[in-house]
Design a protein around this ligand. Structure first.
Ligand code: C2G
Length: 471
């Protein structure tokens, strides 16, 4: 039974009475929350500062289930270990468990909290609690040295970002949800760009590439397409693992050379096409290959995104256009399902200003199947994916590249199976998590986007550019 209004008011009065009593006897109660996985000095300093805000510190440690619902990936330590580490810090007077999203408000009332605090990476998120207690955001620790973790034989990968555009800005909050990585630095050679970006995200700025490489162990390349090749090469030569935004490179030989260099140096090189790593897409491929729709004979993928006429995508005469921008996505299901050995690929395009393609269809012919990859920056269409087989078809709801819902249909229109998966926020956390597992020696994610597949996509990009730009 829900408590009635009168009861709620009584509870409220009672909480306030107890809180006033706390204050009269001079006890200031502080509460904070976290996963506290791979306990490091960022956590230690946060707890120390939290304790210094008052007299009695309560720490809420998240359960595995709650972390899963809020989309935090790769949590390594068990709840018991994480609680023990919080206790060992010596700052917690009481440890509680956080198991659901609405719990903070309930706890603040239940424990008569005076101050709620978390790190500055959460600024604004918990302002709603300020009706009940003071809300303090403590400065997050930027760089985590591994001293504390070395003692536990664990390690957090220090990642640096090359480039400061939109996608780089999406990467940072997503990386925060992957336990075991810490984004610490950003590089951009243009004066002021790195500093502005770093200020926004609380990381270090570099305009000097050597110094940047000195500060990190792995890099995320999110610079303009044509610069990927040289950044990947220099990062690998400096011994850094590389996660590169799509399209990784624009020539087959470059992709081959870079994968060979990474292998020689024992480093991971990973093309970041986010769809390839999201749970729904993996399930979709599994079903398509399982024989549930017979043998796959046709794949049609479409991705359109309208861009303003002044955007880089529609004005850069060399590397703008819809296929360089979106082609990796729409090629992905075709190459995944039919392989890299297409017999023929040909392109139809509609050109806009600057000689750039605003709408492109790439037609793939395989010995036993056909693929159509459609993309547009100046023509809008349904963002659909249709996979046709000899006994049925799969239709993925738009936007299919954030695979969340799809249906398997058969000859009988009533015979439909429905599948739902989660694709959280910008979805970059899945590729970051797989990149990290590969760095840590697991090859379980390698099949999601193989070297051969990345090389085949670079080859198609090269063909397209040689026909439509250089040609
Ligand atoms: N923290 C920090 N510096 C770091 C890393 C983390 O100050 N380099 C802080 C976080 O801001 C948070 C606490 O340490 O206040 C715990 O961090 P996490 O374990 O990453 O937990 P988080 O995902 O931030 O969860 O309900 C959970 C809370 O919302 C916080």
């Amino acid at each position: 039974m829900l408590p009635d209004k009168g009861h709620c008011e009584w509870l409220e009065r009672n909480f306030n009475k107890k809180r006033n009593l706390n204050r009269r006897i001079g006890v200031i109660k502080v509460i904070t929350y976290g996963t506290f996985d791979l306990f490091h000095e960022g956590h230690y300093k946060l707890l120390k500062r939290a304790k210094a805000l008052g007299d009695y510190l309560i720490v809420g440690v998240t359960t595995e289930e709650y972390d899963q619902t809020r989309g935090k990936l790769n949590v390594v330590d068990s709840l018991v270990t994480r609680i023990e580490n919080v206790k060992k810090s010596g700052f917690a007077d009481e440890v509680i468990i956080e198991s659901s999203p609405g719990q903070k408000l309930v706890d603040v009332k239940k424990y008569q909290i005076d101050i709620f605090t978390v790190g500055s990476d959460w600024i604004g998120t918990f302002d709603y609690l300020s009706d009940y207690c003071k809300v303090v955001y403590l400065e997050r620790t930027k760089n985590i040295s591994s001293t504390m973790l070395r003692a536990q034989k664990k390690h957090i990968q220090r990642i640096g970002v090359i480039g400061t555009g939109r996608i780089a800005g999406r990467f940072i909050p997503e990386a925060k949800l992957v336990s075991g990585v810490n984004v610490e630095a950003v590089y951009n050679p243009h004066p002021g760009s790195a500093a502005r970006f770093a200020q926004k995200w609380g990381i270090d700025a570099y305009e000097d590439l050597e110094a940047f490489y000195g500060a990190v162990e792995a890099v995320y390349v999110a610079s303009p397409h044509e610069t990927h090749y040289s950044y990947i090469q220099s990062a690998l030569e400096h011994g850094k693992h590389v996660l590169c935004e799509k399209p990784m490179v624009l020539k087959r030989a470059q992709a081959e050379e870079l994968f060979a260099l990474a292998a020689k140096r024992g480093l991971i090189l990973f093309e970041g096409i986010k769809t390839a790593y999201c749970p729904g897409f993996s399930r979709l491929l599994g079903i398509a290959c399982s024989g549930m729709i017979g043998n796959v004979r046709s794949v049609e993928a479409c991705f359109t995104k309208l861009e303003g006429p002044q955007s880089r995508e529609l004005t850069d005469p060399n590397y703008g256009g819809s296929f360089t921008e979106l082609g990796s996505y729409v090629m992905l299901p075709i190459i995944k399902l039919f392989g890299s050995g297409y017999e023929e690929v040909r392109f139809d395009t509609i050109e806009g200003e600057h000689g750039l393609d605003v709408f492109t269809k790439a037609h793939f012919r395989y010995p036993n199947g056909l693929g159509t990859a459609t993309c547009g920056l100046g023509v809008k269409s349904e963002g659909s994916l249709l996979i046709c087989g000899t006994t049925g078809y799969i239709v993925v709801e738009a936007p299919w590249w954030k695979t969340a819902y799809f249906e398997v249909h058969h000859e009988d229109p009533k015979d439909v199976e429905k599948y739902t998966d989660r694709f959280l926020e910008d979805g970059l956390r899945y590729e970051i998590s797989d990149f990290l597992s590969m760095i840590n020696g697991s090859s379980k994610s390698e099949f999601k986007l193989t070297r051969g597949e990345s090389i085949a996509m670079a080859e198609v990009m090269e063909k397209f550019l040689s026909e439509y730009r250089e040609g």
